[in-house]
Ligand binder design. Structure first.
Ligand code: SF4
Length: 368
């Protein structure tokens, strides 16, 4: 890729260092006549030390820092508002440089701290149970805007906290923005200068773009598929856009072909909607659909948001559904809902009016 479109050095706009990938950074340092290893030094400052100012790069001489600062900047998000849930989930709303906002969520759970990041502002898909889907697609995020979510979340960790897992499960369909997704994963997993994460700590979740599943395998990350229905009619009513692109049969065939390493499993996510897809028959059909696929199933009781037509099932209905799936020999878990009071739970990310947000949210932790 080399660089993102807005990374071109020009007479008027300084180069955004975060918008350069490794190759682009290599070419950028060449114009100063510097050796190639300078690129690695700068990248380490950006990702491993989260530098916000070129002057922090103290392994570059003063003259080099001045030269770099004359052509480049490290523009981080224009603003960030943090909402803290009573369960300590934190929703970060980042203001992008064009005024759009994107959301990312830090989710603590026992010894894990998961970061849920977004890949698009809004979404082209229109899953009926998802607030983001009601926004339509504003635009794809660029790799540096995905990394901005990660870096800002790191900056905001409480003392002693460490992000243990990262899920591409925020706003947007990650597989509809593959170039950005791949480059962000490269920066997250690169050991010499990136964050050095194991790909096993990263999960990409798709609504079911079957033809693109194969592009995830080479990235080495975990793959989750948002299933949510057990018949095409049901899926077409809940997820019309994606079911129009790939039917259940096509999607499950792509899952069966997916080249899973021996010790890995796919994850199927299933949002439970009261009276819609939480019947005994749904549970039975679900077990048949995934038969023969190395997988686990995450049940996600619906998280309500203003204006949504769906309701969350009762605890007993959730348990009954889980029991049927478990009896079929499948590993099935009920996802704990975190951050519902700050609209940070699954399916609750999206642009509500500022007035609504001010009214509804329990606690604004900070603004910057
Ligand atoms: S569930 Fe995911 S794919 Fe569906 S509308 Fe929401 S963000 Fe888009």
């Amino acid at each position: 890729m080399g660089h993102e479109k807005d990374a071109f050095p020009s007479r008027t706009a300084p180069t955004n260092l975060l918008a350069l990938d490794e190759e682009g950074m290599g070419r950028f340092v060449q114009q100063f006549g510097w050796p190639r290893y300078r690129a690695g030094q700068i990248l380490r400052w950006l990702y491993q030390r989260r530098a916000k100012d070129i002057n922090q790069m103290t392994d570059l001489g003063q003259a080099e820092r001045t030269a770099l600062a004359s052509l480049a900047t490290i523009p981080r998000a224009a603003g960030c508002t943090v909402f803290r849930s009573i369960d300590h989930t934190r929703k970060l709303v980042l203001m992008l440089n064009d005024g759009l906002t994107v959301e990312t969520v830090l989710i603590p759970d026992e010894d894990r701290l998961t970061l849920c990041v977004s890949t698009q502002v809004g979404c082209t898909l229109d899953c009926g149970f998802c607030l983001t889907g009601t926004m339509g697609l504003k635009r794809n995020l660029k790799p540096h805007e995905v990394m901005e979510q990660v870096l800002t979340a790191h900056d905001r960790l409480d003392p002693g906290e460490r992000i243990t897992n990262l899920v591409f499960m925020g706003m947007g369909e990650p597989l509809a923005n593959m170039e950005t997704l791949s480059e962000a994963i490269r920066r997250l997993t690169n050991k010499p200068w990136g964050l050095g994460w194991s790909p096993r700590r990263i999960t990409v979740s798709t609504a079911g773009l079957a033809a693109r599943l194969k592009d995830i395998a080479p990235l080495g990350v975990n793959l989750a598929i948002s299933l949510n229905a057990t018949t095409d009619a049901q899926r077409a009513s809940l997820m019309p856009a994606v079911n129009g692109i790939a039917s259940l049969k096509t999607l499950l065939a792509a899952c069966r072909r997916y080249p899973l390493p021996p010790t890995r499993r796919l994850t199927f996510e299933y949002v439970l909607l009261a009276g819609v897809n939480d019947h005994v028959d749904d549970a039975r059909r679900l077990t048949k659909l995934v038969r023969g696929i190395a997988c686990k199933i995450n049940l996600i009781p619906f998280n309500e948001f203003p204006g949504s037509p769906f309701l969350r099932p009762s605890k007993s209905d959730i348990s009954a559904f889980q029991a049927i799936v478990r009896q079929a020999g499948l590993d099935v878990f009920v996802r704990k809902s975190r951050g519902r009071d700050v609209l940070g739970a699954c399916g609750q990310l999206g642009n509500l009016s500022p007035e609504y947000v001010e009214r509804a949210l329990t606690q604004i932790e900070s603004r910057c």
